[in-house]
Design a protein around this ligand. Structure first.
Ligand code: HEM
Length: 532
């Protein structure tokens, strides 16, 4: 029989043990103390486990979907391999590693099914994965799943429609949607505002003279000006220093809330500092505008969102349950500004990168633009129905770039029966949009960039109800129609006049996100825009 060799694990253990015992082999008082402390700790820990388990059986949470057993001190045991730590005091989903954000829910759902529960301390969170589960919750039981969770990272300076619940949310959402749909707001349509801004962007691109540049603030200045034009009827000059510093801060805060550490510790100095600075600057700019509008308001001719809101405030001033007041005006305009800038500009930025990585796709878009629009007029939104390829590419850019991977967390508004489970009112819900956008039962090539995911065999555009970058149900993105119009008009206007040249071979372009937390942030890069 072969003799067993030295066992390294065992000898390490023996060395550790021998340190606890003195050289004569006797147990010292210090060793006794240590052993006592460990025993007490284990005793308390096991008791806590028993108490939690008994409490869960009896509590209102007894019929939640299955999931990993929560341990005292850690929301979820195990999974350190994935670097996911759920700290007792943390109130948010905590991805500590960039690359594991998607694999974590996928791994847990492989074990527990598409609907499972994880705990942050004693707080349960129900996670929904894949098209079916997310649709059944957000669409089929839309009212129950329409609440908004408390989100300390972004909430600090950004309440308003995004974080409101109940009657306040209903009133602010209905009003904002009506204004964004173009009713009763000035003479210029939203489409005209975008077409006009796209021309300013073309001019800024021309000035680069086909030299390399980073497109980040070119794109965010143009996109932000659309919201500015809607909210206060006016655009900023691209050279305006205050505007640029506002955008730089928004960009930084969007990145900051998407870093792993900010998810672990939302109250970090850096995060709070950036948000306070950003909030203050925005409030200064917006406050000035609200004052100007109040001084020059003509109730018969509203010029912008602020005018419309002021008129509504006046109409409802006798209504005690009205949510139309200066505070909500300020917060809702800030919401639109923040939600409407980084989202669209990050998608355009990711889009450019993906088009440079896939020059054959860029070439086909150029061809379709030349055929349908030509070079003698500016693109219009009605062109979209004639341009299935371009439409499919833009959908695929949004699907693949997967901007808000875990959605903005919801809560259930009442005790809810869902797939045989009982989810008590107020329980947090994370619909993992990533898992819907990459659902293998809904897309031909879920993991790779491929416009054919949205095309029929004969080249017509194919709708897909798993296309949910804007989420779905009652909380679906309020700016969806605006964002889709912006994406179509900006992409087509730029590609009508320019081609995109990367600074390296397409196969060397890295499309991995810079951050992957609350949002998926595209990497910084440079490119040349060359006139066609
Ligand atoms: C590509 C662009 C965009 C993407 C991918 C996007 C995505 C999202 C997502 C995932 C949500 C959360 C939905 C939920 O709670 O289930 C949301 C909410 C929201 N978005 Fe967008 N968004 C985009 C552009 C915009 C724009 C341009 C605006 C501005 C008009 C905007 C305003 C809002 C607002 C106000 C909410 C909160 C809605 C509510 O709570 O009722 N978004 N968006």
């Amino acid at each position: 029989m072969q003799e067993a060799g030295p066992n390294p694990t065992r000898s390490r253990y023996m060395r550790g043990l021998s340190r606890l015992v003195n050289r004569t082999g006797e147990v010292t008082p210090r060793t006794m103390e240590l052993a006592g402390a460990i025993t007490i700790f284990l005793g308390i820990y096991v008791s806590c486990l028993l108490v939690i388990s008994a409490w869960r059986k009896q509590s209102r949470y007894k019929n939640l979907p299955p999931g990993p057993t929560p341990l005292p001190g850690l929301g979820v045991g195990r999974n350190f391999r994935l670097f996911f730590v759920f700290l007792t005091f943390s109130v948010e989903l905590v991805p500590i590693s960039h690359s594991t954000l998607i694999t974590f829910p996928v791994q847990l759902s492989a074990k527990y099914g598409p609907v499972f529960t994880v705990y942050f301390g004693s707080k349960p969170i129900v996670v929904l994965c894949g098209h079916e589960a997310v649709k059944e919750a957000l669409v089929d039981q839309a009212e129950e799943f329409s609440g908004r969770a408390h989100m300390p990272t972004v909430e600090k300076n950004f309440h308003g429609v995004v974080f409101a619940n109940g009657e306040r949310w209903r009133q602010l959402r209905r009003f904002s949607l009506t204004v964004l749909r173009n009713f009763g707001m000035g003479k210029k349509s939203i489409e005209e505002r975008i077409q006009e801004e796209a021309q300013f962007l073309l001019e800024a691109f021309r000035e680069t003279k086909a030299e390399p540049f980073d497109p980040t603030f070119f794109l965010s200045r143009a996109v932000s000006n659309i919201i500015c034009s809607i909210v206060f009827g006016d655009r900023f000059d691209y050279e305006d220093k205050e505007f640029l510093s506002l955008l730089q801060m928004m960009n930084k805060s969007f990145r900051e809330i998407s870093t792993p550490w900010s998810q672990v510790c939302p109250a970090r100095n850096e995060t709070v500092g950036i948000f306070i600075a950003c909030g203050l600057l925005q409030i200064t700019v917006f406050w000035r505008r609200v004052k100007q509008n109040q001084a020059t308001l003509d109730v018969n001719s509203p010029r912008d969102f602020i005018d419309c809101f002021l008129i509504q405030m006046e109409k409802e001033k006798q209504n005690p349950s009205s949510e139309f007041n200066i505070k909500n005006l300020e917060l809702t305009t800030l919401n639109l500004f923040f939600a409407g800038t980084e989202t669209v500009s990050s998608t355009l930025r990711y889009g450019f990168l993906l088009l440079m990585k896939h020059p054959e796709v860029l070439g086909k878009m150029h061809e379709e633009i030349d055929q349908v629009i030509g070079q003698s007029r500016v693109p219009a939104i009605e062109d979209r129905s004639q341009m299935p390829y371009t439409d499919a590419v833009i959908h695929e850019i949004q699907r693949f770039s997967d901007l808000i991977p875990m959605d903005v967390p919801h809560i259930v508004t009442r005790d809810t029966q869902f797939r045989g489970y009982t989810i008590p009112q107020g329980t947090e819900i994370y619909p993992i949009l990533s898992t819907v956008l990459r659902d293998p039962s809904k897309f031909k090539t879920p993991e790779s960039f491929n416009p054919r995911n949205f095309l029929e065999e004969m080249g017509q555009f194919r709708k897909n109800d798993a296309f949910v970058p804007f989420s779905s149900g009652k909380r679906i993105c309020l700016g969806e129609a605006l964002a889709r119009m912006e994406l179509f008009l900006f992409f087509t206007t730029i590609l009508q006049r320019f081609t995109l040249k990367p600074l390296m071979a397409p196969e060397d372009i890295d499309t991995k996100p810079l951050e992957n937390g609350f949002a998926k942030i595209p990497p910084f890069y440079q490119l040349c825009v060359v006139p066609r």
